[in-house]
Write a protein of this length. Structure first.
Length: 95
């Protein structure tokens, strides 16, 4: 179940675990007893599995700091492995 944040008029912040279908927009403040309103906040991505969190972080990083390479990945001084032995394929255009 997701964690929702609530803030009251006295600026107390607290969290509640509610079903995702819950429509509670207000809750009593545990500190002052006043009415607190549900906030729109970022999801808790740190609760994802490590591999998922790493993938999301890498995707976010690539938007503003893409990885820099100094050569085409896979290219080098070695020739690519032959996939076919059909001589007609040798005449096909190369990229
Ligand atoms: Zn309060």
């Amino acid at each position: 179940m997701p964690v929702y944040e609530f803030r009251c008029e006295s600026d107390h912040l607290h969290e509640r675990v509610l079903p995702i279908a819950a429509e509670e927009r207000t809750a009593p403040c545990p500190d002052c007893g006043g009415t607190s309103r549900r906030l729109i906040s970022a999801p808790g991505l740190s609760r994802l599995a490590t591999a998922q969190a790493r993938a999301i972080s890498a995707a976010e990083d690539s938007a503003h700091a893409p990885a820099v390479v100094d050569r085409v990945p896979g290219a080098g001084d070695r020739r690519p492995a032959r996939i076919t032995r059909d001589p007609r394929h040798a005449r096909l255009p190369r990229p």
